[in-house]
Design a protein around this ligand. Structure first.
Ligand code: GDP
Length: 196
């Protein structure tokens, strides 16, 4: 129920104009179109919360949502746009790396992947950054409704195997915003990271 209180508090183009680095923060990352906005909306029970992050001009920003005075969600810019200029990509990489390395409040990353296209190059980059920063990672394999249960489960196991070489705590689960499945599982992880 606490996640339903999430409200947008502001955007930042870079770390220096982000809200003060205090309390606890959980960041959401994912390739564009993976289903990140839908997942944020589903797990907060708010049908249009993450629309803010899709507003033109705000897509390349860090968007902050307050859960309570000590806890925030951060929607990180979606990555993997095919046509972005190299300079923009560099800038994005720089910002993400700095944020993941230096943000003290950051206590975990939720990485959203389309269950049909898991572990893209961009996902691996994010995983390596989390590993480097020593951050726990929770992977949502979303759009699970698009596969038969057996196939979705196989993907889960396959991804789990491929991640066994990574030296941070990684949990993963199937999720569907459409069918609203997997919500309790992610709530449990968020509760743990947020020390509820
Ligand atoms: P984002 O770019 O990662 O924020 O992705 P969106 O949340 O905007 O979703 C991209 C597309 O996938 C939209 O057309 C959504 O309706 C669709 N989508 C998102 N989540 C699900 C899901 O769980 N199941 C299905 N079938 N479609 C989904």
């Amino acid at each position: 129920p606490v996640y339903q209180q999430a409200r947008f508090i502001g955007s930042a183009t870079k770390l220096s104009n982000a809200p003060v680095d205090q309390g606890l923060e959980i960041a959401f990352a994912g390739r564009s179109n993976a289903g990140k906005s839908s997942a944020i909306n589903t797990l907060t029970g708010q049908s249009s919360l993450a629309r803010i992050s899709k507003t033109p001009g705000r897509t390349q920003l860090l968007n902050f949502f307050e859960i309570d005075s000590e806890r925030k969600f951060v929607d990180l810019p979606g990555y993997g746009y095919a046509k972005v200029p190299v300079a923009v990509k560099k800038q994005w990489q720089q910002m993400m790396e700095t944020y993941l390395q230096e943000r003290k409040a950051l206590c975990g990353i939720v990485l959203v992947m389309d269950v049909r296209h898991p572990l893209t190059d961009f996902d691996w980059q994010m995983i390596r950054w989390c590993e480097h920063a020593g951050l726990p990672l929770h992977i949502l394999l979303t759009k699970a409704d698009k596969l038969k249960f057996g196939a979705a489960k196989n993907t889960l196991l396959k991804v789990q195997r491929e991640l066994s070489q990574v030296s941070i705590v990684i949990t993963l689960q199937l999720f569907s915003s459409l069918k609203r499945t997997g919500i309790d599982d992610i709530h449990q992880i968020l509760d743990q990271w947020f020390q509820f």
